[in-house]
Design a protein around this ligand. Sequence first.
Ligand code: C2E
Ligand code: MG
Length: 273
Amino acid sequence: MAADAEHDASRRGDPDLAEELERALAEHQFLLLYQPTIDLKDDAFVGVEALLRWRHPIRGTISPDEFLPVLESTGLINAVGSWVLTTACRQGADWYARGHRFSVSINVSRQQLEQPSLPSEVARALADSTFDPRHLVLEFSERTLAGGAELRATLERLKETGVQLAIDDFGMEPGNASLLESLPIDIVKIDRTFVSDLSTSTSHAARVHQLVQLGQLRHVQTVAQGIEDDDQRLRLQSENVDVGQGFLFSVPHDAEAIDRFLEDYAIFSGKPL
Ligand code: C2E
Ligand code: MG
């Protein structure tokens, strides 16, 4: 096991870290960064993905890979996930009120999806914030949904709130085609692994082609994650991928920096936002 993985695994059951995370929630140390998503056909700014960060008083800003496993194993993800949901809905409603009509995606862990109260919680967050449900996207990893026939009823109740549902990290698990047949999915997000070596790996290029075809067959929107250079963007464009996300367009930013990004983007692209 690599030193980092060993460190993470040993911290997974770390009671000190669990306690610190509980305090972090109470003391408002979590924040959301937002990463833009761009329409690959006409360069329009179509949305943002909300990404959790922990602003640690000593260690600075910490990425979710370092603490998400502990949030999930302790069940704290339910409280933190509620905060993510309400914060993202409020922020989305604020952008919307200022004329920025784009979608806001949030990531949802399996533990949250297993809570029978999730659909009513989503409905309440939408009603309280007045955010248009059609602009909220809930992302579930492919692994979360795999083999989860029992999750179908919850996903259908979520759909009844008017939100869109996305499969994140799409293409990694076997049998993913059946998820699109059996579950009410609107969007698939092609895993970054396939995008990163699109130009050097013919098998990954073929996989991207296959995933896009599958998405089109099922009439779902396709999003490519982790686009870092123009060559990748052009290849994905020629595959007719709908939307792109990645450092080529923008790293994740806090809400104020997204406001500035929107202004610059409108000037640069000449598009009214
Ligand atoms: P994800 O949902 O697949 O999010 C995309 C990740 O890829 C983000 O990492 C983002 O910063 C990174 N990324 C975006 N563009 C590029 C690129 O061009 N190159 C590279 N190398 N990376 C890129 P981040 O923010 O560290 O998040 C990691 C994972 O943590 C997320 O993966 C998601 O599964 C999870 N996560 C983040 N926020 C939340 C949350 O609020 N709740 C839950 N349950 N999970 C979250
Ligand atoms: Mg995601």
